[in-house]
Design a protein around this ligand. Structure first.
Ligand code: SF4
Length: 447
């Protein structure tokens, strides 16, 4: 199997728009790729909170009847892939609480690294948690505080560590928060002059909103009563956006930190062509991450791109436990080979990553069985040899194929004529500075 690392949640918020929950549903649909296990929307009419959550995909959870019950002109939403806490309805987000400052609802993308210590500390102070998520810790810290909300958020940010992009809603405010490292993306937009917040800019496009800017690492942006109030934490660390967002997770039509995801992947492919000038007949992409790198490779090498793998867009899983075998089966269901396109050909497959190697192996087997003359695999990033603690569901190090095998051993295991990973130098040249690279180089930004 090739087990694709899973996305880890998408968030969305909108304020002062009639039918806000409907916009939230469309926005969540656009970023569905970031989490497919559960989704939820919370809205407010300035007086009361309304919410609906369910397991599975956005368009299956929300219909007109449900959306019309989510009253008000402000809404936030969340797509979930479980990183901390089980995949079950009680852990679906947004999470909300009624406290002394009124209602607060929160949706989180990322993963905290000091969850256990904070949870124990809060429990010792009498906090009873309703979920097993790390996100509830942030909600509890906000609910407990007696300070004005912006100060409470700053205090919360001084306590939690790790990756978090947040949308927060009160009866009167919509708030965007990004952790000081800026691990996860978060963008601000406007729709008819009103604020919109989303994990990726493609969520703006679907509702006709205009991209305004990124939320800066360590920044809090509060929209309240037609005012915008921004603050940034002091002593910011170096910016370290997750580089794997751009390699694999983000939609190619999104712009992340000012870079076009499509353009970056295309440039990875051009760079691969420079580093691995293979004599081949066809370039074959694997899924979206590999697709745009393959386009770049094909253009730079002059070798024809052939979409020999067909993607099934109707993935079957949405409501059952995301155990490993289920994930593997989902990955397998995604792609099928058209054998006559590779028969007798020297095939250069472009993939975005090889994690465990097993899905990759079964696909290469199909290409071999179809009668390919040679099979080469090029990967549009360096080999993954370390786990991620910031919300990407990589397996532990013992299961990462590149952590336990030399490149030539991997080539033999996968039955390849050649295998090449994009060099770290080439990778960095395309990406530029300011990225987390810990799963490649082991330098964890928060340690
Ligand atoms: S360790 Fe890798 S996957 Fe995790 S945040 Fe850093 S770059 Fe992203």
């Amino acid at each position: 199997m090739k087990t694709y690392p899973k996305h880890y949640c998408g968030i969305f918020g909108i304020k002062d728009m009639p039918r806000a929950a409907e916009y939230a549903a469309y926005g969540l649909h656009a970023i569905q790729h970031r989490g497919q296990e559960s989704a939820g929307i919370a809205s407010t009419n300035g007086d009361k909170f309304f919410e609906h959550k369910g397991m599975g995909l956005v368009l299956r959870i929300f219909d007109n009847r449900i959306l019309s019950g989510l009253e008000g002109q402000t809404a936030i939403g969340h797509n979930r892939y479980a990183t901390t806490g089980k995949s079950e309805l009680k852990n679906a987000q947004p999470l909300s609480v009624q406290c002394k400052r009124g209602g607060i609802a929160l949706a989180h993308n990322g993963n905290l690294t000091n969850t256990k210590a904070l949870r124990t500390e809060l429990e010792n102070h009498g906090v009873a948690f309703q979920t097993t998520t790390d996100s509830e810790i942030m909600l509890a810290l906000l609910a407990q505080s007696d300070k004005p909300l912006d100060q409470a958020i700053l205090d919360m940010m001084s306590k939690v560590e790790g990756a978090y992009s947040l949308v927060i809603m009160t009866e009167t405010a919509l708030i965007a928060v990004r952790d000081p490292h800026g691990f996860r993306p978060l963008s601000l937009g406007t729709l008819d002059g009103n604020p919109v917040i989303a994990s990726e800019t493609c969520a703006f496009d679907i509702i006709g909103a205009r991209f305004e800017r990124e939320v800066e690492p360590g920044e809090i942006v509060i929209f309240e009563s037609n005012n915008v109030h921004t603050q940034r934490v002091a002593n910011l660390p170096q910016r370290t956006l997750c580089a794997f967002e751009k390699v694999y997770f983000d939609r190619p039509d999104s712009k992340i930190d000012g870079q076009s995801v499509y353009g970056i992947r295309f440039a990875f492919g051009e760079r691969l062509a420079k580093e691995y000038p293979i004599q081949g007949d066809i370039v074959v992409p694997i899924l979206d991450g590999g697709k745009y790198a393959a386009l770049g490779y094909a253009k730079a090498s002059g070798i024809q791109l052939v979409e020999a793998f067909v993607r099934n867009h109707y993935e079957h899983r949405s409501f059952i436990q995301p155990n490993q075998s289920e994930r593997d089966r989902t990955a397998e269901f995604k792609l099928n080979l058209i054998p006559e396109l590779v028969r007798g050909k020297r095939v250069i497959i472009i993939d975005d990553s090889i994690v465990r190697g097993t899905t990759c192996k079964s696909r290469i087997k199909k290409v071999r069985e179809a009668g390919a003359h040679e099979v080469h695999v090029l990967v549009s990033c360096p080999p993954h040899i370390h786990p991620c603690y910031y919300g990407i569901d990589f397996p532990d190090q013992s299961k990462l194929i590149a952590a336990n095998n030399t490149q030539d051993e991997i080539r033999k295991k996968l039955d390849l004529d050649s295998l090449g990973y994009l060099s770290m130098e080439g990778f960095m040249e395309v990406l530029g500075q300011g990225h987390c690279l810990a799963c490649w180089n082991g330098n964890y930004p928060t340690v």
